[in-house]
Design a binder for this molecule. Sequence first.
Ligand code: PPS
Length: 302
Amino acid sequence: MSDQTDALFVYLKHPVTGETCIYPGGFEQKHLDSAIQYKAKPTDIFVCSVPKCGTTWLQNIVWLIIHEGENINGNMMDSIPMLELSGSEVTNKIDDSKYPRIVKTHYKHDWVPKHPTAKYLYIIRNPKDAIVSFYYHCKGFDDYQSPSLDFNKLFDRYVQGDVEYWGYFDHVTDWYERRHEENILFLLYEDLKVDPKSEILKIAKFLGTKYYEFLTKDDEKLLQQVIEKSSFPAMKVASEDLIGADRRPKDLPFIRKGEVGDWKNHLSPEQSKIMEDLIKEKGDPSGWSSLWDNHGNVWEDK
Ligand code: PPS
C-alpha cells in the first residue's frame, strides 16, 4: 500500500528498447509485452493524448462519426481498447470488418504502432486544467491507492514529469512537432468546448470525405446527433455505462466537470506561476505555448 496522500505509479520497461516509463498503478509488464505485438492496420484510428486532456470525449466523437450516430453499447473499453492496458490480443479481437477499429493510447509518438494510412488524432488541454483533472482521476481510481491524495504533492510530481507517461510537457512537445504530418490531427480541448460543430466537422473530414458527407447531408441531421450525444451532459448521463459505475466513488465521477479554467479553484498563485514558466520554457521552442492565445478564459491574467 502506498502513502495514501501520494499517487501510486509503477515503473515498467519498454519490451524492445528497455526504456523505463511511469504507468498508472495497476499496470503490469505483461500488458506492455502484449501491446508491443500489435500491428497497426491500414484503417485503424488511434486516439492519442497525455492523460486528462479530453481523450474519452474524442473517443466518443470518433465513434459516433464512424458509426453514423449510434452510441457505444456498454463499457467504452470493450469497444475502444486502450492499447497499453488491453494488449494486442484484446485489441485484435475488435471486429473491424464493417467499421474501422478505434484504439486509445497515451503513448508518446514513437511508441504508437504505425501504418501509413492509419489515422492518429492527438488532443491536448491547457496543463493547469489537466493537472486538476488528473488529481481527481488519481483520487478516484483504486489503482492509485491514494484516496487522501495531496494536491500539492501531486503538483510537484506533475511539474517534474514524475508522473505516468513522461508527464505533460515532453509528451505534448513530442506530438506537436509532428502535427503537420498527413495522418496526424492535432486538436485542442478548448476549441472543442467553444465550437464543437466546427471541430467535429474537422475530425470527420480528417477521417474521410465520406464521413464529412454523412454528417452534412439531410440538413446536418447526423452532425446534430453527434454534437448532442458527445455533449458533456449527455456523456455524464451515459458515463455509468461508458466508464463503469462500479469503478469510481459517486462523489468522484470520471466525467467530472468538463470546464475550462477550473484550475482557478485549485492552483495557488505560486503554482500558477510555476506552470506558466514551464509552459514558456517547454512550449516556446516549438510554439505550442501560444495555442491558447485565442482562448482568453484559459489564463486568468492574460
Ligand atoms: S483519461 O483518463 O486520460 O482518458 O481522461 P480524459 O478522457 O482524457 O479526460 C477526462 C476529462 O475530460 C472531461 N470530459 C469532457 N469535457 C467536456 N465535454 C465532454 N463531453 C467531456 N467528456 C469528458 C472529463 O470531465 C474530464 O475533465 P474534468 O476537468 O476532470 O471534468
